[in-house]
Ligand binder design. Structure first.
Ligand code: PMP
Length: 289
């Protein structure tokens, strides 16, 4: 995409009203801008239907609660807002971003109890998150930032503040010609990429980190179901860095990433093998049924 996301044409839903794209603004003293009091969802619609839409809306509400922020809309109202926005923008295949945040209000310190919780929905056309990696495998850097301990951050929430280390990790990765970075967790176990979960294959079995300090993605859970249906043995467990050497295949899962094969993580190489291709293709079919 060329140009700024602030300058697209179309409509954005804010607090119950569709406004022109260029008018979807907030005040500089918005609490979320200063203290990361924001949660969001990333969803994809295929042929007019948002994949796992209600599950995403539910997660948004749960993310808000994890941040002490009650979102003033029901699941049904959030569903209606998403479809209304897609329709206003004439999109069938779309990325759907729902954002809820503490707005400007009587509080400007760390507390935000007296500030309104606001919500917006934006939709746009978005192709492959990792460009041509779908075919040849993405190249990943190893991040120097670690996923924090559950005592440090509300890891089940899809919360803006958790992405600070992801953005920095991704910048470092891109500077090295990589499309993303794999992060270890606070204990040194393999965790995930900056916006996607990770899977490995070895001897026909699948290994994926236990999501005990990072987002248990909806795509991850969908892919686990697909593997179960195939009778493939899956090990959800702690994975040590030195195990990367022995894995044969690797892929990422996420709403934006869908199922993206990984060809390289740091100095470790992986083949885009049969199971990876099968899962990627089957996921593409599943989201359109
Ligand atoms: N981890 C992180 C940090 C993410 O941002 C995402 C994308 N939402 C995921 C994992 C994958 O989650 P999902 O499959 O629900 O999109």
């Amino acid at each position: 995409m060329a140009g700024s996301y602030a300058e697209l044409d179309g409509k954005i839903w804010i607090d119950g009203t569709l406004v022109d794209w260029k008018d979807a603004n907030v005040h500089l003293l918005t609490h979320a801008m200063h203290y990361a009091s924001a949660v969001f969802e990333g969803e994809r619609a295929y042929s007019g239907k948002i994949f796992e839409s209600r599950r995403h809306s539910k997660r948004l509400i749960a993310s808000g609660r994890a941040l002490d922020m009650e979102i003033p809309y029901s699941i049904d109202e959030i569903e209606a807002a998403k479809y209304e926005t897609m329709k206003a923008n004439g999109l069938d295949d779309a990325y759907v971003r729902v954002l809820a945040w503490r707005g400007a209000g009587e509080d400007m310190g760390v507390s935000s109890a007296r500030n309104p919780v606001r919500m917006a929905v934006a939709t746009w056309a978005w192709g492959n998150y990792y460009g041509d990696a779908k075919m040849k495998g993405a190249k990943l850097d190893i991040a120097r930032w670690k996923r924090p301990s559950p005592e440090t951050a509300p890891y089940t929430a899809k919360a803006a503040g958790l992405y600070m280390i992801c953005t920095m990790s991704k910048h470092a990765a891109e500077a090295k010609g990589c499309s993303d970075a794999m992060m270890f967790d606070y204990r040194g176990y393999v965790a995930e990429a900056t916006g996607a979960n990770i899977f490995f294959v070895k001897n026909g079995e699948v290994h994926t980190p236990d999501p005990d300090c990072f987002l248990n993605g909806i795509t991850r859970q969908t892919v686990l179901g697909m593997l179960r249906d195939r009778g493939i043995k899956v090990h959800e467990r702690h994975i040590m860095p030195e195990e990367l050497e022995g894995f044969e295949q690797c892929w990422l899962t996420g709403t934006a990433a869908e199922v993206t094969p990984v060809g390289q993580i740091g100095d470790y190489n992986f083949e885009v093998g049969e199971l990876t291709r099968d899962i990627a293709e089957s996921y593409e079919k599943l989201v359109r049924t």
